[in-house]
Design a protein around this ligand. Structure first.
Ligand code: AMP
Length: 174
């Protein structure tokens, strides 16, 4: 394991049966509240993508927490991918299925420059449905997904399989 994955492993708290029975919630609050660990994680991610991406996109809400400081460290812009109904103006939407029902993510239609190389960031890769829908938005918006970066991957859910051959990295896979 790398030093950064050790940091994450030590500072992410497992909360059983939240938000519902059977789910082990990965609580990133202890990681965020440790300033040195948070900075080290952001710097580690930014170092790996220096000069390789034009923009960072983060998925609401916890993808914003990691995505925005990575964008700042890289000196590129940040695009929020939001839950449906939050963004003004022309938007592109993508629906995806959850265990019960469906959800929808949206991005502003003019968010990406044509051909922009996008680094997509979220906290947890679980089934991959959210990230796959976000990739679809980026690509329909005329940009390309250069890489996907997650703090934690729940490997047993095989979320990567839904992301086709796009490059995926997780700091810690459990
Ligand atoms: P999925 O679409 O199944 O890959 O779920 C990913 C989204 O749900 C991410 O935005 C996560 O923040 C959240 N999520 C899913 N499972 C968990 C979990 N066990 N702990 C914390 N967040 C989760």
């Amino acid at each position: 394991m790398s030093q950064t994955s050790d940091l994450v492993a030590a500072r992410v708290r497992d909360v059983p049966d939240f938000p519902k029975p059977g789910v082990v919630f990965k609580d990133i609050a202890p990681l965020l509240s440790d300033g040195a660990a948070f900075r080290s994680l952001v710097e580690d991610v930014a170092r790996r993508y220096a000069d390789q991406v034009d923009v960072v996109a983060g998925i609401e809400a916890r993808g914003f927490i990691f995505g925005a400081p990575v964008a700042l460290a890289l000196g590129v812009g940040f695009v929020p991918i939001r839950k449906a109904g939050k963004l003004p103006g022309d938007t592109i939407a993508s629906a995806y299925s959850l265990e019960y029902g469906t959800a929808e993510v949206e991005v502003q239609a003019d968010a990406f420059a044509p051909g922009a190389r996008v680094l997509l960031i979220d906290d947890v890769l679980a089934t991959g449905g959210t990230a796959a829908a976000a990739c679809e938005l980026i690509e329909r918006g005329g940009a390309e997904v250069s890489a996907l970066e997650f703090v934690i991957e729940l490997g047993f859910l095989d979320g990567r399989d839904r992301l086709a051959d796009r490059p995926v990295n997780a700091i810690l896979t459990v």
